[in-house]
Design a protein around this ligand. Sequence first.
Ligand code: NAD
Length: 481
Amino acid sequence: MSFEYAPAPESRAVVDIASSYGLFIDGTFVEPEGGKTFKTVNPATEEVLADVAEAGEPDVDRAVAAARRAYDKVWSRMPGSERAKYLYRIARLLAERSREFAVLETLDNGKPIRESRDVDVPTAAAHFFYYAGWADKLEHAGFGPNPRPHGVAAQVIPWNFPLLMLAWKIAPALAAGNTVVLKPAETTPLSALLFADLLRQAELPPGVVNIVTGARETGSLLVNHPGVDKIAFTGSTPVGKRIAAEVAGSRKSLTLELGGKAANIVFDDAPIDQAVEGIVNGIYFNQGQVCCAGSRLLVQESIADELVDRLKRRLSTLRVGDPMDKNTDVGAINSAQQLERITTLSQAGEDEGATRWTAACELPEKGYWFAPTVFTDVHPAHRIAREEIFGPVLSVLTFRTPAEAVQKANNTPYGLSAGIWTEKGSRILWMADQLRAGVVWANTFNRFDPTSPFGGYKESGYGREGGRHGLAAYLAEGSAL
Ligand code: NAD
C-alpha cells in the first residue's frame, strides 16, 4: 500500500511584498537617480513579485559616500562591545522574523521552504550571533595587538543563498569595524531589502550598511569605485577573475569565493545507506545550485552498481515541485537562464556518450524546473565531469585505489570542497591531507557552521569566510592565521 502526501503549503501571508523597492542608502529607502528598475520573479510560477531599483553611478557614489561618513564619524569610533550589541540585536531580530524571511526567500529564489526555514535563515542568524562575540575581542584574535578595519567594504553576492551569503559578508565586516555597501544578485534582491528593514528596526546607525540593487553593471560600478577599500565577492569564476584583474595594482584588498566541482568519494567500506543520503544532500540540496555541491561522485568500482541502484531508488522518492509545500525536497531552478545552462550541459553529457537517468516525476507547467538527474559512464574528459553545472545533475565516475581517487578528485581547476565516505579513520586523515580542497567533509556533506572557515583553492578563489579566519579578510593588519 502506498501513502499519498497531503499538500502542506506554507502561508504566503506572513510576508508583505511591496510592489516596488528603492535603494537602501544612509538608513532610508531612496529612488534611483536614473529612475531605472527591473523585475524580480518567483521562479516556481514566473509571477512578478516586485519592481526593484537599478542603481547607477550616482547611486553607487551616494552609497559609498554614506558608508564612508558612517565609518569616519560613527562605526570606526565605536568600541567593539557597542558594535557587538548591534550584531546581537540583528541576530535576535532575524531569529524572531525567521518565518517571514524564509517565506520571502523561497518565493524569490525557488528553494524549498523546508531548506530556507531550516538552513538558510537559522544559519544566517547564527553568523551574526557568532561574529557579535568577536567584535570586542579582535586584539586577542591572533592578528596583532591592534588590528584595524579596512574602511568601506564593497560586497557582491550571488542568488543561490541570498540571505545566507549576505550574512557571511556583513557579519564579519561589521564585527571588524568596517562599513558596507552590498549588492545582492539581480534575481534575488528581496531578502536583502527585507534585511534593510530589519536594520532600521535594529536602529543600526545610518550608512553603516547600504544596499544597492542592480545587475552586473551595478556590481562593476561598486567594485571599481575609488572610495572602496575592500572587496568581497562571491559568484562565478569568470566574474571573479575579471574583478581580480580590474583591482590589480590598486590598494583594494580582495577576497573571492568562486565556483566548484567537488568530488564526493565513496569507498567500499562506507555505510552505504548513509552515503546515499550524503550524495543526495550533496547534489540535490538547493537544486544543486551550491558552489560546494558534490557534483562528481567517485565511487569504488566494487560497489558502484549497488550504490547507483540504491541512489536511483532513493531519488525516485524525492518530491519535486511547489517550493512553498513543506513536503517538497527539490524546488525550482532560480532563473530561465540557469535552467538553460543546466539543460545545455546535460545535453552535452548525452552527446559525449554518458548515460543519462532522470527520476520519474511530474514537473509543474509554469516555472523553471529540472528533474534530479544522474549520469553514469562518465569520462573525466566529459564536460559534465569538468564544468560546474550548478544544477541537480550528478556525474558518476569510478576508481579502484585511494591513490586513484585522489588523482581524479584533484583533477579539476577548482578546489572548494570534497567528501569522503569510509569507516576507516586513518584513510579519512590521509585523504584529507591529499585533497586540494578548502573544506573536506568526512561521512557527511554540505554542513555549514559559522565557527568553521570556508573557502577555496585554485580557481575556487582565495580568502576564507567563517570562523576566526573569516575576520582576517576584514582587518588591515590581519595576516597571521
Ligand atoms: P555571477 O558571477 O554571475 O554573479 C554573482 C554576482 O556578481 C551577482 O550579484 C552579479 O550581479 C554580480 N556581477 C556580475 N558581473 C559582475 C561584474 N563584472 N562586476 C561586479 N559584479 C558582477 O554568479 P551567479 O551566477 O550569480 O552565482 C553562481 C556562481 O556563484 C557559481 O559559480 C557558484 O559556484 C558561485 N558561488 C560561490 C560560492 C562560494 O562561497 N565559493 C557561494 C555561492 C555561489
